[in-house]
Design a protein around this ligand. Structure first.
Ligand code: 6PG
Length: 246
């Protein structure tokens, strides 16, 4: 029986950002201590910005050995690098430009390219191959240490949208060309990859998300966010009272 989500309903969006930043630090420190690295996929959208800013500020900033951190992204919009709509641009402005992560350990998704999904899957594979000790097993899915996810009012997460199934279980990243949330073209991590993670954390705030969050917590699998169920890892849901319907 898979454990249910670790749900925290907090008073405000600021408290959610604090809790998310603290979880990041906790998991980063334990992962770096145990295996010398912390591989995280950051969420897109606007919600994570406050979490990112907190991580870029003392004392949290100084509690992480950023030289051991590898940053991927849960999804990316199909617009050119540097475009204000890019998820990685938001993460750089709020966090990545303010901490000493080696540049080659930041892995933006080349979603502006028609083969962006194929390239991203290869980059994930190359990164995990570089971790493998000689003769070590190659897993079907790499186990990221933390994947942070937002959620839309329709229950989408990353760029996995209701009614837009991405059926191929062997893909770790997939191109979307009909996203209901502009822009239409995106690249997203797939559910099997997300569910292979050691930990997945949702950050969900605002009353407009309350119906979808209720559906997710009641297991309405028509909602992609409800199908995030790590096969062996932790599932954490950080919500404010407004999104919890309080
Ligand atoms: C994107 C995001 C998307 C986002 C949700 C929530 O590219 O838009 O990856 O999945 O996380 O839509 O967005 P907000 O945090 O802005 O509400």
């Amino acid at each position: 029986m898979r454990a249910g989500p670790e749900l925290s309903v907090l008073a405000s969006a600021a408290d959610v950002a604090d809790a998310a930043a603290d979880l990041f630090v906790e998991l980063a420190r334990s992962s770096i201590e145990r295996r010398g690295r912390f591989v995280v996929a950051l969420a897109g959208g606007t919600t994570p910005a406050e979490m990112h800013r907190r991580l870029a500020t003392a004392p949290r900033r100084d509690a992480v050995d950023w030289s051991r951190v590898h940053v991927f992204f849960g999804d990316e919009r199909g617009v050119p690098p540097g475009d204000p709509e890019r998820n990685d641009r938001g993460a750089r402005e709020a966090l990545l430009d303010h901490v000493p992560i080696p540049p080659l350990q930041i892995h933006p998704i080349p979603a502006e390219r028609a083969d962006g999904d194929v390239r991203y899957q290869q980059e994930l594979r190359d990164t995990y191959d570089s971790f493998r000790i000689a003769g070590g097993e190659r897993r079907r899915y790499p186990r990221l240490d933390l994947i942070v996810l937002g959620m839309g009012p329709d229950g989408h997460t990353a760029s996995l949208f209701p009614g837009h199934e991405l059926p191929d279980p062997d893909l770790w990243a997939q191109r979307v060309t009909d996203s209901p949330k502009p822009p239409a073209v995106r690249v997203t991590l797939t559910l099997p990859l997300i569910n292979a993670a050691e930990a997945v954390a949702f950050v969900v705030t605002g009353a407009e998300k309350a119906p979808a969050l209720a559906g997710v917590l009641h297991g309405d699998t028509a909602l992609p966010a409800a199908r995030v169920a790590p096969t062996h890892g932790r599932l954490v849901v950080l919500s404010d009272r407004a999104a919890y319907g309080g």
